[in-house]
Design a protein around this ligand. Sequence first.
Ligand code: SAH
Length: 263
Amino acid sequence: MNASPPNAADRLRIVLVGTQHPGNIGSAARAMKTMGLRQLVLVAPEKAPDRDTHAMAAGADDLVEAAPVFATLAEAVADCRWVLGATARSRRIQLEQLHPREAARRAVAATASGPVALVFGRERTGLDNEELQLCHATVHIPSDPGFSSLNLAAAVQVVSYELRCALLGEEAGAVGAAWTPPPGEGAASHAELEGLFGQLAETLEQIDFHKGRAPESAMRKLRRLYLRANLDSAEVRLLRGVLADAQRMARLAGEASGNAKIG
Ligand code: SAH
């Protein structure tokens, strides 16, 4: 389902205010482009985009080249219907603070009436109070309060990802909702599962399961089956016990037929 208004992505504007490291402009452009966003706007960057910008953009240079540069935030958002300021910490300023998911949902909905801006601050000092006054609300990525400040481009990535999910009309987190952790002692470790698969491969050889066919295809399917079963450690031990008995029987059968030939 695509719940977003037409051209919604083109009405979502990422505004970088007073960026200090030109490399971050490139990284932010890349973060946006991977999420299908294109409207990058710069406000009074400390240094103009340079070689570092292009190195970090890694193919998103077109966004940087097309980015208008304004002297003030007020000019950059003059035509916007909704302006959201991204902040690393809560301020005294009395603005509604939104979770990125809710912010993205509302931002995409607001594109129905015009452009919407998501504003990111300086690496060292963030957005100043005057700039925050221009915002209708703030968005805060719920980081560790003891170390709350993400790299500028990383913050752009997280918010852009949420915007993309909102644009696609996806319920973030719905994937894997049916998964339940295994009961009992908990999921088997990677090493335990690989031990099981190793013994299973050996056993299939010993009981001549493949009959001349390449073993890889059967093993791939069996791995998928057992991984889907979400086994716990006790279940892995049970299966390995079954395999051990099958191996013992195969050995006995081999010995018996050997004896029969000798006898
Ligand atoms: N030292 C600055 C942090 C600047 S990080 C301060 O305390 O404000 C650069 C920009 O990245 C911030 O202005 C903000 O727009 C964004 N950012 C960083 N961490 C964030 C977070 N946890 N939530 C939302 N935005 C964040």
